[in-house]
Each structure stands twice: as structure tokens, then as C-alpha cells.
Design a protein around this ligand. Structure first.
Ligand SMILES: C[S@@+](CC[C@H](N)C(=O)[O-])C[C@H]1O[C@@H](n2cnc3c(N)ncnc32)[C@H](O)[C@@H]1O
Length: 296
């Protein structure tokens, strides 16, 4: 079960009013969408987008309520295509857009696509198997050592990137590396024992780097944010939740640059973080950071 993060804060900054329209650019299991739909009644709509076809299919099965069906439009696509999506669905005016970046708990717990180092699954990591061909398995078994080291360093900020890349190359000479647990073992062999005793699992950064590379996440976020600002009404609200420093840096710089250009007024001088109580009940929220702006 995916618990939406920063629920109160999302509603505070998105500020939905009756009959306004919103885009949930990362629909997931629709937790944030449900909160918005409660506030923008009776005629306000939500356009929910998710790149993972399974998320959209599951949501369609869950929404049998007719009233909801009229107010909720579901689209399986990437938010990189926001502009085309809203044109296709003639969705306007747009009073607010939410991005809740990254993976959902469903991906980690149920997708079977190798997102989690705690489950023994094939190394896939694609959000959408129909659109993308590159998998984590391809990277691990086919890419040159230097390129693997580079993505671990850049997208994982992994301090042992060189050693892990070296061990991957040694291991794959003997047998193809197909599963998450094989990779976890390689990471354990490549890193000192103190690294394995840290609060953050020693495989976290490598898995993050692979997921970002497979789904071209950072570039896509830049595209999505630019398009979002293009389609937002004046006074429209943009709310973004990120989960690691690379994402947050992109969001922060984007808002700063657009504020400089006079296109947006930043609402969050510092990123908003979950309170202690939220982190206690939803561990996943601990790294969440929310930033928001209003279109001028
Ligand atoms: C953290 S979850 C969102 C959870 C959601 N807010 C909820 O309350 O259930 C992020 C979602 O974004 C989706 N996603 C990732 N990249 C995307 C992209 N480029 N375009 C659209 N959705 C994307 C993932 O498939 C995932 O379902």
C-alpha cells in the first residue's frame, strides 16, 4: 500500500478550490489525486498521468463510481509529454500541477521488476516495458566498466563506484548477472564492512543510479517541469516532491531560474519536509522535500 507523502502540505500549496482543474503528473495509486478531488468538487477535474501502464490499469479497475469517472481522466504516458496530453484531452484551464517524483511503494513491493534490493527479482527497473528497451540487466552485463562507474558516481553519488564497477566486470566474466540478489552480493564484496552497517543499505545508491539511468529520470524531470510551466494558468500552483538530492537540485534550480525570468513566484524559501510523526508512520517519507511556486 502506497501512503501519499506530505498530504496536508500538498493541499496547502496546491490550494484546490471548487471547480478548479489539476494535473497529477505522477498518479501512482492516486492517493494525492483523491485528496484533490475532495477539494475541487463539484465540477473540478483531475488529469492523472502515469508512465507505468499497470498503475493506470489498476486505477481504472478501482474507479467505478460514476461521479468520479466524470471528474478523473487517466492517461498512461510520460509527463515529458504533458503539453501533447493536455491538448489531446482538451484539458484546460489548469490551476495546479503536482509532481511526486520517483517510484511508488507498489514498484518496490509488488512490481517484480527488480526495483528493490530486498527482493530477489530479475534486474529490469523499467517503469514502462513497452516504451523502453534498456534494462538494468543490460547495463550491468553489457556496459563498459568506466560507464558503469560513471553512472554510479553521478546518479548514485556512490563513493565506492569504482570498486563496485570493477567487481561487476569480474563477476560477469564468470556468469551473467541477472538478479537483484546477485548484484547485492557483488556490492557487499566491493564495499567495506562498516559501509554495510550504515542506516542506509549499501545497495541503495547503486539501485538508485540504475533506476535513474534506465528511465532517463533526470532529463525527463527537466522536460516535465518546463512543459508544466508552459501550460499552467496565471496564478496556477506548481508543487514538486523529490526524494533525493539530484532531483531536488533540478527542482530548486528550475524554480530559481523561472523566478528570475519573472515566470513564477517561489512559495517555499526552503524545502518543506515531513514532520517527525509522518516519518514515524511512513518511513518512505523521510527523504521527501516539497517545493512550490505560483505562475505569474
Ligand atoms: C511516488 S509515486 C506517486 C504516488 C502518488 N502520488 C500516490 O499518491 O499514489 C511516482 C509515480 O510516478 C510515476 N512516474 C515516474 N516517472 C514518470 C514519468 N516520466 N511520467 C509519468 N509518471 C512517472 C511512477 O510510475 C510512479 O507511479
Amino acid at each position: 500500500m502506497h501512503i501519499p507523502v506530505l498530504q496536508k502540505e500538498v493541499i496547502q500549496y496546491l490550494d484546490p478550490k471548487p471547480n478548479e482543474n489539476f494535473i497529477d503528473a505522477t498518479f501512482g495509486q492516486g492517493g494525492h489525486t483523491a485528496l484533490i478531488l475532495r477539494e475541487n468538487k463539484p465540477k473540478g477535474k483531475v488529469l492523472g498521468i502515469d508512465i507505468d501502464p499497470a498503475q493506470i490499469e489498476n486505477a481504472k479497475l478501482r474507479t467505478s463510481n460514476i461521479e468520479l469517472k466524470n471528474r478523473l481522466i487517466l492517461v498512461n504516458d510520460s509527463y515529458a509529454n504533458l503539453k501533447n496530453i493536455v491538448e489531446e484531452h482538451n484539458f484546460k484551464p489548469i490551476n495546479g500541477i503536482l509532481f511526486d517524483l520517483g517510484i511508488s511503494s507498489q514498484h518496490l513491493e509488488e512490481s517484480g521488476r527488480g526495483f528493490s534490493f530486498q527482493k530477489d527479482e530479475l534486474l529490469d527497473m523499467r517503469y514502462d516495458k513497452n516504451q523502453k528497451h534498456l534494462t538494468a540487466e543490460n547495463i550491468i552485463n553489457e556496459w563498459p566498466e568506466k560507464e558503469i562507474e560513471q553512472i554510479l558516481k553521478e546518479y548514485g553519488e556512490e563513493r565506492f563506484s569504482r570498486k563496485i564497477a570493477q567487481e561487476i566486470i569480474q563477476a560477469r566474466k564468470k556468469n551473467p548477472i541477472k538478479s537483484t540478489f546477485q548484484l547485492v552480493e557483488i556490492i557487499k564484496r566491493s564495499t567495506p564492512s562498516w559501509y554495510q552497517k550504515k542506516r542506509i543499505h549499501s545497495a541503495t545508491k547503486t539501485f538508485q543510479a540504475l533506476r535513474i539511468t534506465v528511465n532517463d529520470e533526470l532529463e525527463t524531470i527537466k522536460q516535465g517541469l518546463t512543459k508544466a510551466l508552459d501550460i499552467l494558468e496565471k496564478e496556477g500552483r506548481l508543487v514538486i516532491i523529490s526524494f533525493h538530492s539530484l532531483e531536488d537540485r533540478i527542482v530548486k534550480n528550475f524554480l530559481k531560474e523561472k523566478a528570475k525570468q519573472g515566470l513564477i513566484k517561489i512559495q517555499t524559501k526552503k524545502p518543506i519536509k515531513p514532520c517527525f510523526e509522518e516519518i514515524k508512520t511512513n518511513k518512505r517519507s523521510r527523504s521527501a522535500k516539497l517545493r512550490a511556486g505560483i505562475r505569474i
